[in-house]
Design a protein around this ligand. Structure first.
Ligand code: 5GP
Length: 143
């Protein structure tokens, strides 16, 4: 698919519409956040705007301005929830850069000193583990 085209049947559009399940931890008028099913570290979370865009390159600047505060909120909460030393924020644009799902999203990944990231889109996590991690993150967001 050429850059610029938005496919409304991408997996995150389906998650936004509730057509497929996710471990959702946050929702407001502009965005949702849920656990990545192939986490690069414990607590890997994705933040997805409700307004469709393929990635950063075609996003409305207003979408971005509403999304970044949510990215910050989740970053602060994952650091607390997973007792992390730091937080990596990643965002890929187009296949050449590693993008695999074509609805704009930010990765928020808790980091522990000396522990490398697992591969991007690597191994599926046990759903029970994701559910437990989601619960921890919801608790941190509520606190
Ligand atoms: P991208 O490469 O597009 O930046 O990253 C897509 C991310 O979505 C990957 O980290 C991958 O593990 C995750 N992912 C792919 N399919 C699903 C899914 O069905 N549900 C969830 N929660 N995450 C997914």
């Amino acid at each position: 698919m050429s850059a610029g085209a938005y496919d409304p049947n991408n997996i995150f559009a389906k998650i936004l519409r509730g057509e497929i399940p996710s471990h959702r931890v946050y929702e407001d008028d502009d965005a949702i956040a849920f656990m990545d099913v192939m986490p690069q570290a414990k607590g890997h979370t994705l933040i997805v705007p409700k307004v469709p865009s393929r990635n950063l390159l075609d996003a409305d600047p207003q979408t971005l301005s509403r999304l970044i505060p949510v990215v910050q909120k989740i970053a602060v909460a994952v650091k607390e929830a997973f007792d992390a030393d730091g937080v990596t924020v990643i965002q890929f644009n187009e296949p050449a850069a590693g993008q695999t799902v074509f609805h704009l999203h930010f990765h928020v990944i808790p980091r522990v000193d000396g522990v490398p990231l697992r591969p991007h889109s690597g191994t599926m996590e046990d759903p029970a583990v994701l559910a437990g991690n989601a619960e921890k993150l919801r608790a941190a967001l509520a606190g």
